[in-house]
Each structure stands twice: as structure tokens, then as C-alpha cells.
Design a protein around this ligand. Sequence first.
Ligand SMILES: CC(C)(COP(=O)(O)OP(=O)(O)OC[C@H]1O[C@@H](n2cnc3c(N)ncnc32)[C@H](O)[C@@H]1OP(=O)(O)O)[C@@H](O)C(=O)NCCC(=O)NCCS
Length: 273
Amino acid sequence: MDNSPRLAQISDKKDVLNFCKNTFSWGDYIHEVWDNWITEGNLIVVENEEIPISMAHAGFYPMEKMIWIEGIRVSEDFRKKGIAEKMIHHFEINAKSQEFKISRMLIASENIPSLTLAKKLGYEIISQWNYYSLESKQISSQNIDMSNSCLDECKELDVQNHHFVESWRWIPLTNERINKLNSENKIFCQKTNNKTIALGIITESESFENTIILEILSGIEPENMIKFVQNLAYEKNYSKIRILTELESLPQIKNLENKFPFYLMQKKLNLQI
Ligand SMILES: CC(C)(COP(=O)(O)OP(=O)(O)OC[C@H]1O[C@@H](n2cnc3c(N)ncnc32)[C@H](O)[C@@H]1OP(=O)(O)O)[C@@H](O)C(=O)NCCC(=O)NCCS
């Protein structure tokens, strides 16, 4: 078998989806993102007898000098042969040739094969995130006081240690990024008696169907912010809400589904050969 990755083509979709159906206990999401990833580029596969048996995608962020590696899948019969490693190396070499400094990926904390793989390749855990899902719903918003002018609150954030989650990619939250998000009215803060009690970023996912993402950056009582997003999703006809936060727990809200812990993993590319 030739392990060299090649760029995926539209016609690979059927073969790839064949081995990306029941990857996890809940299924898989590759069918939702395949078309966008093909358009975006940097979607690769490895073949066996001219049939794709693995895939992976990378997003390139020249401003941040970062690549984001995602959707690594190897068909069950071809695992433990070094294919995932080969695909990750392919992206890292490409990134280094453009003088990128970091490579990142997100791994569920229970996914031992992937964590072992990432650690073997020099990735380190830089933070732990929790993921919650919630259905959109119309609720009374009378008492929900949300504001879009939050630049002062953002200045208090230690940007070094914060990230912006854009379509499931964790991007460093630079001051430029804050200004851009603010001008697009995507940053929200919730105040009580002039005191900010929650700060978050609300985005409509480009890759995932029907999804609004709420990233809670900080908050002591983010309950109303979550309710605000439920309403917003309802008004905008989105059915799914995904909440991402480093906070260890969220308030009890009806239909707020189980949390899934994830690790954000990072490798400094310039230190590696
Ligand atoms: C995780 C996955 C991509 C690994 O693919 P793979 O091609 O089998 O991995 P490789 O053969 O390149 O393995 C490289 C290293 O990863 C680690 N690894 C891979 N599979 C492992 C397993 N089942 N248990 C423990 N470590 C494992 C090992 O350190 C291995 O190095 P070694 O062979 O020297 O021990 C594959 O199991 C898979 O598709 N899983 C389902 C999808 C998934 O979890 N994707 C990642 C989402 S972040």
C-alpha cells in the first residue's frame, strides 16, 4: 500500500462516508462537513487499491501562523499501520514550509487512541473544554439584558489564555480578532447592576448544519446568556445550539444535555525537526 496522502476529490465522498458512519458512539459528523472541506481545500485521503481508506482535513490560518487539524479517520481494517501519523506529518510539513509556528487539534478526553497518537507526535494539552448541546426554544426574554458593547470587558481578558472557537476550531483570541468580532456584533455581555456576569461569543457555524455556537469566555451566572441564545436560535431558525466553555459547570437548564470534555492540544512546530 502506498501511504502517501493525496488531495481528496468530490468523487471520494461515497467511499469515505462508508468508513465514517459509526466512528463514535453517537455516529460521526463527516457527512455534514465534507462538501465545505472539499471547497476549502486541504482535505486529504490515503488509498488502498485506489480506494480511500483514511481522511483528514486542515484549516490554515496565516495571520495566526497556525494550522488546525481535524477529522482524522482511518478505516478500521487499516488502523495501527502509521496512516494517521503520516497524514498529520503531511500537514505539519506543509505548515512549516509556510513558517507556521503552531499546530492544534481537539480530542475528546475519552479518546485514548487519539490522545496517545497526539502525544507521541509531540502535542500537549493546553486546556480542557466542555461541550453541551441544547435545542433552540422560544422563551420569555423580558429580563434578559444583553449588550453588544463589550470592548471594555474584553480588555480585562488575558488574551494569551483565551481562544475563539470558529466552527469547531480554536483560534488564538488576539486583539485584532476581538475588534473584528466586536465589529460583527458577535461578542455579548450580560450585566447586572453594571457588573458583567457573563461574556460570550455567538457565531453561526459555517460548516455544521443548523448550528449556533455559544462560547462562554467568562461568567459567574451565564444562565440568561444561554437563554438568550436559545431565543436567538429560535428566531433565526437554527435547531441546534452548541455551548463550549472552559467553565467546569453550567447552571441547571432544562434540556441542557450532558457535557463532553475535550482537550485542546497544541504542538510548537518550530521546535520540531
Ligand atoms: C485514532 C486513529 C485516527 C489512529 O489512526 P491509526 O492510523 O491507526 O494510527 P497510527 O497507526 O498512525 O498510530 C500512531 C500512534 O498512535 C497511537 N495509537 C494509535 N492507535 C492506538 C490505539 N488503538 N491505542 C493506543 N494508541 C494508539 C500509538 O502511539 C501509535 O504509535 P505506535 O504504533 O508506535 O504505538 C484511528 O484509530 C481512528 O480513525 N479512530 C477513530 C476516529 C478518531 O478517533 N479520530 C480522531 C479524532 S480527534
